[in-house]
Design a protein. Sequence first.
Length: 326
Amino acid sequence: MTHWEIKTFLEIVKYRSISKAAEKLFLTQSTVSHRLNVLEEELGVKLIIRRKGYRSIELTNDGEAFLPLAYEYEALWERIAVFSQSGSKAVFSIGCHDSMNDSIFYKLLTRLMEASATSKRRMTFRLESHNTEELYQLLESGHINMAFLRNPQENRNFTIEPFFAEEFRLIVTQDSVYPNEKIQLNILDKKKEIDLSSSWGADFMRWHEEMMGAEWMADIAINAASTIPKYLTEADQWAIVPVSVAEELVHSSSLRALEMKTPPPAIYCYKACLKSQTKIKSEMFELFYRVLDDFMASMPYLRRIRPIRTGGENEEDESCYFSSHT
């Protein structure tokens, strides 16, 4: 098997589609299918389930088992490629969800690159978007150094701490029929919701069911906040998003953000890394924490959550999240 067959498999998994993977790799669908077939033949197992009439693929049990190995292979390949090109150049990779990448952490990446440009050591920072399951797999394989995620899962190998919380905002068009003030939700036309509730976690979904009714289903439901402007075009349409997403949409599109009189509970972002990395005291980690602290101070609508220092045996794990500048 070759690196390109592994990469093709990972792209298929990422987009849950052979056609989408082909588009992202700038290949034909037949080439992507051929690479997948070669990989399956060499491994002696089927990795994905292909069903006629279904756009999205599913992993077989063997595919699920092989996925962490594929991530490890890809991470090792990238490290070798970076080393061969730059020798001692250090690489720090960050992973997060799409919505946080689009509204928050792309700004952090810019600051990290600016700060690293003045460092004596050659450094590269990367930012990737993945779902929660993929983020944990990539952390464990060493493909990424740090993850920011919405839905924490207990794992003895990781240090996971709440990092910040943020409120929600109601997003409407500039010519919206709704008043430019704190909104009472019962005046909203429920049929006109652009529903993203599946993106904001269990607490939001419970609140949404209480407000809208457990049996209610919106006519339009999406899971990518960046696509909201494509759907929210009518004066009586609306959507509910975290304030960081709202800020980005207001600045980039003709939309307005309104507060709500009975808002959803705040949504939390968690920071995760391998426990083994809590002991790393490198120049790159120090730069990351320093820039992260300054960056969070510039985002007043994100409520920073700081751990309680007890001086106990768990304090070492907390250092993964909060540098000496905290």
